[in-house]
Design a protein around this ligand. Structure first.
Ligand SMILES: Cc1cc2nc3c(=O)[nH]c(=O)nc-3n(C[C@H](O)[C@H](O)[C@H](O)COP(=O)(O)OP(=O)(O)OC[C@H]3O[C@@H](n4cnc5c(N)ncnc54)[C@H](O)[C@@H]3O)c2cc1C
Length: 419
């Protein structure tokens, strides 16, 4: 995230220009809504007292759905509603604008409504950017590209060796207005407490998932869809959102809400194996521009990874300038920093899960299988006696067409990836 990079480089005493094509930081960004703030501990002490949050997430559900059924793991804890907190829902324009205020206070110069058109290079080294302003060349010893997914700057620098569309999803979100007391009642929370629901099985067979997050006076509801599979069929994302809103597990939560905003954005989901090179002479790449969003089924975390990598890039740039070496070797402190913190450690650990999560079995067969098994366990079918669990599982595996060896292999992959 550019604001985090700018803040760190400015704090280190460097001269920083933060270029944003929107009228203010955050104006062009979108995300589902949950941010994990602990990465800010070292940057803004007691950040939770000033971060513009909507609600603290104190209840988290992981829900599996099919047609009209649902099964949830519903976890709730008071601890996430107290410092140092866990996740919070935020409006992205509020979050970015707040971080930009810190960057400006630290000495960064904010230049909005300005689009970067390309890189300036000399002898193969990046020495600045061209913008759409009259006489808009901006020379810099280090450029940090935080221009989001499909980064034009990283591509122009030759850091990507191609894109595989299989590893990109499109996230589509509705922001639905509801009074705060209605949200409190429907989601079973009070005050600033909020809810995060992650949903599997709601995407009509397209690899992806769904989410519902509570803000103060709105609910964010959306689906994330594999772009290739979406393009290969004839349903539109808004139809899938309408279906999710009509699902019996979701409909009572959003009934009567007014559509306030509709937004969409591409997500890089390839993880560790599909990242570009992160550094070249004079240039660092951070956040979604470097495909650093972590999308691993039960986790969709991009903003903390964008902040974490942005901070590391800002620090590494300042270090390279101090040592008077802004070549790729001089900027290698960036990779070192994100190798040793969560950014690349989490990605490395979860490198194998993207394929598993996006597979047909995880997306479609397993949600149905689990719902079938649970339904049979809880259905009282008198006068027939209750069948044993073994028999139910065997029957349902056969009915779902899932082979035991595939299930075992997926379980092993899951254990390896998440374990
Ligand atoms: C539907 C959806 C739900 C999501 N939910 C979550 C969630 O709940 N939690 C989470 O952590 N992550 C979530 N993510 C992922 C998250 O949105 C991204 O990982 C995150 O936004 C990446 O931040 P970034 O700053 O790297 O990139 P972006 O947010 O894409 O920001 C790029 C910035 O660069 C600017 N820019 C681009 N090109 C230029 C240019 N040429 N000149 C000047 N400025 C330029 C843009 O205006 C923008 O400000 C979600 C994503 C989607 C689509």
């Amino acid at each position: 995230m550019a604001v985090a990079a700018a803040l760190c480089a400015a704090r280190a005493g460097r001269s920083v220009v933060l270029v944003e094509r929107g009228p203010f930081p955050g104006s062009k960004n979108m995300f589902g809504g949950v941010v994990y703030g602990r990465i800010l501990d070292g940057l803004i002490p007691r950040w939770w007292e000033e971060m513009p949050i909507q609600r603290w997430v104190t209840r988290r559900q992981t829900m599996v759905v099919d047609a009209d059924r649902s099964l949830s793991i519903d976890y709730r804890t008071g601890a996430w509603g107290r410092p140092p907190y866990n996740g919070a829902t935020v409006y992205r324009p509020d979050l970015d604008a707040w971080l930009a205020e810190h960057a400006v206070a630290a000495g960064a110069q904010l230049v909005c409504s300005t689009t970067v058109l390309g890189l300036i290079r000399e002898d193969g080294r990046v020495v600045g950017v061209r913008t759409d302003r009259p006489e808009g060349e901006l020379r810099a010893q280090v450029v940090i590209a935080c221009d989001g997914v499909h980064s034009f700057l990283a591509k122009e620098a030759g850091l990507y060796d191609g894109f595989d569309p299989h590893y990109f999803t499109v996230g589509v979100k509705e922001t639905l207005s509801l009074p705060s007391d209605v949200i409190d009642e429907r989601f079973g929370v009070r005050g600033r407490d909020g809810v995060d629901i992650e949903i599997l099985g709601c995407t009509g067979g397209i690899p992806g998932g769904g989410f519902v997050y509570t803000n103060r006076e709105s609910v964010a509801l959306g689906v994330v869809l594999g772009t290739q599979a979406l393009a290969a069929q004839d349903r539109r994302p808004e139809e899938l959102i309408a279906e999710l809103k009509a699902h019996p597990a979701i409909a009572p939560l959003v009934e009567g809400a007014t559509l306030q905003e509709f937004s969409a954005h591409v997500i890089p989901e390839g993880g560790f194996r599909h990242m570009p090179d992160l550094v070249t002479d004079g240039l660092l790449v951070a956040g979604d521009a470097a495909a650093l969003c972590l999308a691993a089924g039960i986790w969709l975390e991009g903003v903390n990874f964008a902040i974490g990598s942005g901070m590391a890039a800002g620090q590494a740039a300042a270090e390279a300038l101090r040592l008077d070496d802004v070549t790729a070797a001089g900027l290698s402190g960036y990779r070192r920093r994100i190798e040793t913190n969560f950014v690349l450690a989490d990605h490395r650990k979860l490198a194998g899960v993207a394929d598993l999560i996006l597979s047909e079995r995880v997306q479609t067969a397993y949600p149905r299988l689990v719902a079938n098994i649970v339904e049979r366990i809880f259905t009282v079918d008198n006068p027939n006696p209750k069948p044993g669990f073994n028999r139910i599982v065997r029957d349902e595996l056969r009915r779902a067409g899932v082979r035991t060896r595939d299930l075992a292999r997926d379980a092993l992959e899951g254990l390896k990836g998440f374990g």
